[in-house]
Design a protein around this ligand. Structure first.
Ligand code: KIV
Length: 286
């Protein structure tokens, strides 16, 4: 059966109906396919790609070409979930023309269904212009990793009333600008609840408590598919595939070293006459 297609309007209706929205990041064909088979509503091709796949320390080195390359693999894999792609660092802060042509490449080449960008009121004009061009925009406030150096680290946002007020104002401005949903990253439960109540568009939380309309986690975090990454308080791990992979590969290495792989059932054998050339019959026996 064809999976049910998710759209931005369906996502908004899910909020209205009180149906929680599940979002996971994915960056390639198999991870996206598995996410779809598992029933996610949306897939985010996040620029967390930089940290969890490309080995960078932050999202800043990720390029537009990186995002397009990975979005292509994801959109080839899925037909049901809404695929949203991050606009990487500094690709939406220049002229509007440049921003729109970057967005166009993600949609046309990557075949994403929507883009996500980070920032509050200061990017509301950009959100409005992209939406006017016909492209759905997911906003992202709170801890915005592209501004890591300005924020001064991975800190919880919205702890004091001034920060909380700003987050709420930003969320309202982004909704007003036409965003179809908004990611709340690493913000307090209290402000996430307030924002969720005040907006008619869905809030998708990551480290933002239980009151959001939906939740997003990074594929590699929720499945423990990372080498040496420190555990994060807001992540629940649902599997330990990193360990399974390490165990599988180490068993392969052991079998190669002990010559127990390949076993006879993994080998191919020549026809009798040809095998005769090598002094063997067709079963491979001497
Ligand atoms: O890049 C990403 O994966 C994200 C999520 C953490 C929301 O922006």
């Amino acid at each position: 059966m064809e999976p049910k297609k998710m759209s931005t309007t369906r996502m908004k209706k899910m909020k209205a109906d009180g149906v929680p929205i599940s979002v996971v990041t994915a960056y390639d064909y198999p991870s996206a396919k598995l996410a779809e088979e598992a029933g996610v509503d949306a897939i985010l091709v996040g620029d967390s790609l930089g940290n969890v796949v490309l080995g960078y320390e932050s999202t800043l080195p990720v390029t537009l070409d990186d995002m397009i390359y990975h979005t292509k693999a994801v959109t080839r894999a899925v037909s049901g979930p809404l695929v949203i792609t991050d606009l990487p660092f500094m690709t939406y802060h220049g002229s509007l023309d440049t921003t729109l042509s970057n967005v166009a490449r993600i949609m046309r080449e990557g075949m994403a269904k929507a883009v996500k960008l980070e920032g509050g009121r200061e990017v509301a004009g950009t959100v409005e212009a992209i939406v006017k061009a016909g492209v759905p925009v997911m906003a992202h406030i709170g801890l915005t990793p592209q501004s890591l150096h300005q924020i001064g680290g991975y800190k919880v946002q919205g702890k004091n009333s001034e920060q909380a007020r700003k987050l709420l104002d930003d969320a309202l401005a982004l909704e007003q600008a036409g965003a179809f949903a908004i990611v709340l990253e690493l913000v307090t439960d209290e402000i996430a609840e307030q924002i969720t109540k005040r907006l008619s568009i869905p809030t998708i939380g990551i480290g933002a408590g239980a009151h959001c309309d939906g939740q997003v986690l990074v594929f590699h975090d929720l499945l423990q598919y990372a080498s040496g990454a420190a555990p994060k308080k807001f992540v629940k791990t649902y599997a330990d595939i990193g360990n399974d992979i390490r165990k599988g590969i180490s068993e392969f290495v052991r079998d190669v070293k002990s010559r127990s792989f390949p076993a006879p059932e993994h080998s191919f054998h020549a026809e009798l006459e040809i095998a005769g050339l090598y002094g063997k019959d067709s079963s491979g026996r001497e």
